[in-house]
Design a protein around this ligand. Structure first.
Ligand code: UGA
Length: 437
């Protein structure tokens, strides 16, 4: 089996590294030459636990990387499409990368007897594989089933555990209508995965919908618990974590994705929610619940801002310490990070920002340049600050000794993830979703 993977982001590169490490012949393709040069040297262009060692194994086995789709690409048996699907300014899914890949594949697919199976792994709204990708591939005499096969196979990996999730997916969805190609991919997966990795066969649009269903449900859980956290915060002695822990004991609910925080960020939930809302509107249903989930999430930053302004009377020139810049722990990704958006707001109010993150400083400094100060040790955000706001739940923040917080001008901590254990009464500690403000 020869495999091509087009688009080397978190999904594509993790898959390429895993398949290559399993001694499968893989060619990774990405237009971004700078990224490609780094990957070829075995250096992932973003941080992801274990990815580097899998990538090394893959390269040692002979995984190759190229910058364009050519006739050689078509000679692969499986062609995975893992390019990004951002949203445009109207919050609709933007399929420009998917369309461009489909165009290139079609251009190169003529004059060959080889019949590749093209697999759309990118997150796309229901109907995209059949109504957008297929017509492009078929625009000049080529036919599905005759010249190529087309499947939909969404991905559920999370950043931070991308390798683990690629190696051990909770479900593998194969969407399609051609049983020969469905079975071809099924057999491929059965070889690399164990029996406990459930494989589900369905049609293309259902596979596409399942991906949005998962992401929007998880986002709903987060906005739900974030709403409860705001209520809990107004009741003396009530802690949202205790409420969530007991809720999670109910197997119908489960404890996962019930951690209240500053709101979900990252490259998936915010854009997928909006894409699904726009899609739903376009098919004639106004999705009130999903809109509420999205609005609740957007409102979280105002809740944090209110806590800050309630506790610091004059924001101008106030020195604010930020613990955590990445949108979640164990990643250097700052896309849609609440922390970055909050810093922007605080800078508008003329605050002085001193920030720490174990991995995301380099990415964040590209946005703020010298407008904010970065420190490489978390304790250093304390000196003379008026307030510290913890936004990313990095474990090492729990190791900061209380004596460091006493170095603040007037010790005040707003902990949006409630991971710090503060006992000293001289430190004003506000846990989002805890007790009374
Ligand atoms: C998410 C999904 O979890 C993956 O299954 C999916 O494949 C991926 O999107 C995608 O569509 O590509 P990811 O964005 O990497 O993965 O990160 P998550 O772990 O889901 O976290 C998203 C955000 O929700 C983070 O800001 C995180 O801090 C927040 N979150 C998560 C909470 O605030 N509370 C929770 O209980 C869980």
């Amino acid at each position: 089996m020869k495999v091509a993977i087009i688009g080397l982001g978190f999904v594509g590169l993790s898959l390429a590294a895993y398949l290559g490490s399993k001694k499968i012949k893989v060619t990774g393709i990405d237009l971004d030459n700078e990224k490609l040069q780094s990957i070829k040297k075995g250096i992932p262009p973003f941080y992801e636990n274990k990815l580097k060692s899998y990538l090394k194994k893959a390269i040692d086995f002979g995984t190759t990387f190229e910058s364009e789709i050519t006739k050689k690409t078509i000679e692969n048996d499986l062609i995975f499409v893992t390019v990004g699907t951002p949203i445009d300014k109207n919050n609709k899914i933007n399929l420009k990368f998917i369309k461009s890949v489909a165009n290139s594949l079609e251009n190169n697919m003529h004059d060959t007897k080889h019949k590749p199976t093209i697999i759309i792994k990118s997150t796309v709204v229901p109907g995209t594989t059949i109504h957008t990708v297929k017509p492009i591939l078929e625009r000049n005499s080529l036919k599905e089933s005759v010249n190529f096969n087309l499947l939909t196979n969404p991905e559920f990996l999370k950043e931070g555990t991308a390798m683990e999730d690629t190696i051990n997916p909770h479900a593998i969805i194969i969407g399609g209508t051609n049983y020969t190609s469905i079975n071809k991919l099924l057999k491929f997966y059965q070889k690399i995965y164990s029996k406990k990795n459930q494989i589900i066969k369905t049609n293309n649009s259902t596979a596409e919908m399942i991906k949005y269903a998962n992401n929007s449900f998880l986002a709903t859980k987060i906005s739900f618990i974030n709403s409860l956290a705001i209520i809990c915060q107004k009741i003396e002695g009530v802690n949202v974590d205790e409420v969530a822990r007991v809720m999670g004991l109910d197997p119908r609910i489960s404890k996962q994705f019930l951690k209240a925080g500053p709101g979900y960020g990252g490259s998936c939930f915010p854009k997928d929610l909006q894409a699904l809302i726009s899609f739903s509107n376009s098919v004639g249903y106004k999705p009130e619940l999903l809109t509420a989930v999205h609005n609740t999430n957007n409102n979280q930053i105002k809740i944090i801002m209110d806590l800050i302004t309630k506790n610091i009377s004059i924001l101008k020139n106030a020195k604010i310490g930020i613990l955590g810049l990445a949108f979640k722990e164990n990643t250097d990704d700052i896309r849609e990070s609440v922390s970055v958006n909050l810093i922007k707001l605080l800078l508008k109010k003329k605050c002085k920002i001193i920030a720490h993150d174990p991995m995301a400083i380099e990415n964040t400094s590209q946005i703020f340049k010298n407008k904010i100060t970065f420190v490489t040790k978390p304790e250093l955000v304390c000196t003379d600050t008026d307030c510290i706001i913890l936004l990313t739940p990095w474990k090492e923040y729990q190791l900061i000794k209380e004596k460091n917080f006493l170095k603040m001008k007037k010790p005040l901590i707003i902990d949006t993830r409630r991971i710090l254990k503060i006992k000293n009464k001289k430190i004003k500690y506000i846990g989002l979703g805890m007790g009374k403000e």
